[in-house]
Design a protein. Structure first.
Length: 100
């Protein structure tokens, strides 16, 4: 299921983050200029772990939202699916009942 959720998330999550990407590029240039190699390696290791954590939490959030929506759909289906056409027919066929 994990792989299925990752595929669904990839399919539906298409947000662009142009301004944030530019800020990241700018910060990387500054770090390369101001830090020594050992400091850069430590920072990059930290950022890699942080990125992995964010990716995992984003997938968990997507999965939770999907499960919530699925549960709501099942609950609605158990109560009978909503049909606008059926509702309109009921208003037309039973106008006296609607006035009560």
């Amino acid at each position: 299921m994990y792989d299925y959720m990752k595929a669904l998330q990839k399919r539906f999550d298409r947000q662009e983050h142009g301004e944030l990407d530019a800020q990241i590029d700018y910060a990387q240039v500054e770090l390369r200029r101001d830090m020594d190699a050992a400091g850069r390696r430590k920072l990059l290791r930290l950022l890699d772990v942080q990125n992995a954590l964010l990716t995992e939490s984003k997938l968990m959030s997507f999965t939770a939202g999907f499960k919530l929506a699925w549960g709501m759909a099942k609950e609605l289906e158990a109560d009978g699916l909503y049909s606008f056409e059926r509702e309109e027919e009921e208003h037309i066929c039973h106008p006296a009942e609607q006035e009560d």
